[in-house]
Design a protein around this ligand. Structure first.
Ligand code: FAD
Length: 420
């Protein structure tokens, strides 16, 4: 008998429960990935290129037998299943708003067997005693740890006999991924011990940079969690993974929060719509060096350090008074790790409209944030070439700023005061 393994956000073959399930059910499987134009449209070039790298590596792991198809999965998946005589299609469950709808539609045409998810604990599982979802991170993370997760799935035990597809789309020539296991071990051994102290320092750049791998499921968070201990670095890292799980949970319970304020009071806040200021922010020309360095890092690398993401997001919302979703869209277009749940909810956190939001009156000062987290100015000099000759923390002084922070801070407080 044959089956189809439809890969989506689980582009790996180790610690993959859906793969085990497929291997247990059928003799042979066709590995399929569908390039969905609707999803590709929302992704910028860096993310699409990263996806191609993931797919090249997955294809290699399947012995060159990954089938890539283009089109609406609701049509493509059942058609491919029929063409190989498969009775079922195996997937890791998707919990995002678009994925859930898509899977329901596919499931009406072919048996869709969902096993596992991109999370250690599937969204919706961690609930308060009264059965309602958590809206605050710290109690969620405690309950999440207490809930616990499965040990990594030993996929080596039953290997899948992959079928050769009759036809497949060809990806552009290019590289695959580096060895993710090796990258993880290097991080674990060399950087995790100091992670708690260093994770907020963009100049040191000591975070794992695993976000894009996690986004595409090249590695499952469970695999990483199983490798963590009880030291401070491990605790801090586990806590970051918990944020990822928390935001997926919040989005699952509130699908419309991908587009709308979670806190409805914010629907009434007065916002500006100055496109020129927005363009200056996007291009890293605000005159605030720490902000500009972050925005230029995003354009250059498709990634930005978390501390700087928080500062640039705050700047867009509280110094420029622009809608958070403008910033979120720009991020989604340029980030290689762009992920709806993490992105929209970190943005809502910055805007004050989300769950567990930063109190609105706590407004990041882009200059002192730079001085604190990039004390020698190394990070700014790395991304803002015109400031390369400015020594030390002097580099954080604004040059021709597009707005005055002290003034805009008062303005933000007044606008918030009006809706409170
Ligand atoms: P590490 O410090 O090594 O953290 C390990 C992992 O924990 C990360 O890979 C990520 O999966 C998770 N994590 C860490 N911080 C957070 C967080 N605040 N929220 C959710 N998960 C977290 N992360 C994304 O993966 N995709 C996004 O689209 C995204 N958009 C963001 C937008 C804004 C405005 C902000 C403030 C943060 C955003 N983040 C997003 C969260 C965070 O900035 C990145 O996950 C992190 O910088 C990735 O780098 P790293 O893998 O080296 O992180």
């Amino acid at each position: 008998s044959s089956t189809v393994v439809w890969f989506r956000r689980d582009l790996r073959v180790t610690d993959h429960p859906a793969l085990l399930e497929a291997a247990g059910r059928a003799d042979r499987a066709l590995g399929l990935f569908v390039l969905d134009p609707r999803l590709l449209e929302a992704s910028g070039q860096p993310r699409v290129e990263f996806l191609h790298r993931c797919l090249r590596t997955l294809d290699e792991k399947l012995g060159g037998r990954l089938m890539i198809a283009v089109g609406d999965p609701v049509d493509v998946v059942p058609r491919v299943a029929r063409s190989v005589g498969a009775e079922s299609v195996h997937v890791s469950a998707d919990f995002g708003p678009y994925g859930r709808e898509r899977d329901e539609a596919v499931g009406e045409k072919v048996e869709l067997v969902r096993v596992g998810s991109p999370y250690a604990v599937a969204p919706g599982r961690v609930l308060k005693n009264d059965g309602t979802p958590y809206r605050v991170f710290t109690p969620f993370s405690r309950a999440w740890r207490e809930h616990g997760w499965r040990a990594p799935a030993n996929t080596n035990k039953s290997t899948v006999d992959w079928m050769t597809p009759e036809k497949t789309e060809r990806l552009p020539e290019g590289d695959g991924l580096p060895d993710v296991t090796r990258l993880w071990r290097t991080f674990r051994d060399e950087r995790l011990p100091d992670y708690a102290d260093h994770r907020d320092r963009p100049d040191l750049d000591r975070t794992s940079r695993f976000s894009a791998f996690l986004k595409w499921g090249v590695v499952h968070p469970r695999t990483l969690l199983a490798d963590l201990g009880s030291d401070e670095g491990s605790k801090a890292f586990r806590n970051e993974l918990a944020w990822r799980e928390f935001y997926a949970d919040v989005l699952w319970h509130n699908p419309s929060s991908a587009r709308e304020n979670l806190d409805k009071r914010f629907d009434r806040i007065h916002l500006d719509d100055d496109r020129e200021r927005f363009a200056a922010w996007c291009e890293g020309r605000t005159g605030y060096p720490f902000v500009d360095a972050g925005m230029r890092q995003l354009l250059a690398e498709g990634w930005m350090h978390n501390r700087v993401r928080m500062v640039v997001a705050s700047f867009l919302v509280k110094d420029l008074h622009l809608p958070w979703w403008w910033g979120a869209r720009h991020f989604m277009r340029h980030l290689v790790d762009g992920d709806l749940a993490s992105n929209q909810h970190n943005w809502q956190w910055a805007a004050g409209s989300g769950t567990d939001a930063a109190p609105y009156f706590r407004i990041f000062n882009p200059v002192t944030q730079g001085e604190k987290f990039d004390p020698d100015g190394t990070y700014v000099r790395r991304y803002v070439p015109e400031l390369r000759d400015v020594k030390g923390k002097q580099v954080h002084r604004p040059t021709d700023p597009i707005v005055d922070h002290a003034h805009e801070r008062q303005e933000a407080l007044a606008r918030f005061g009006a809706i409170k």
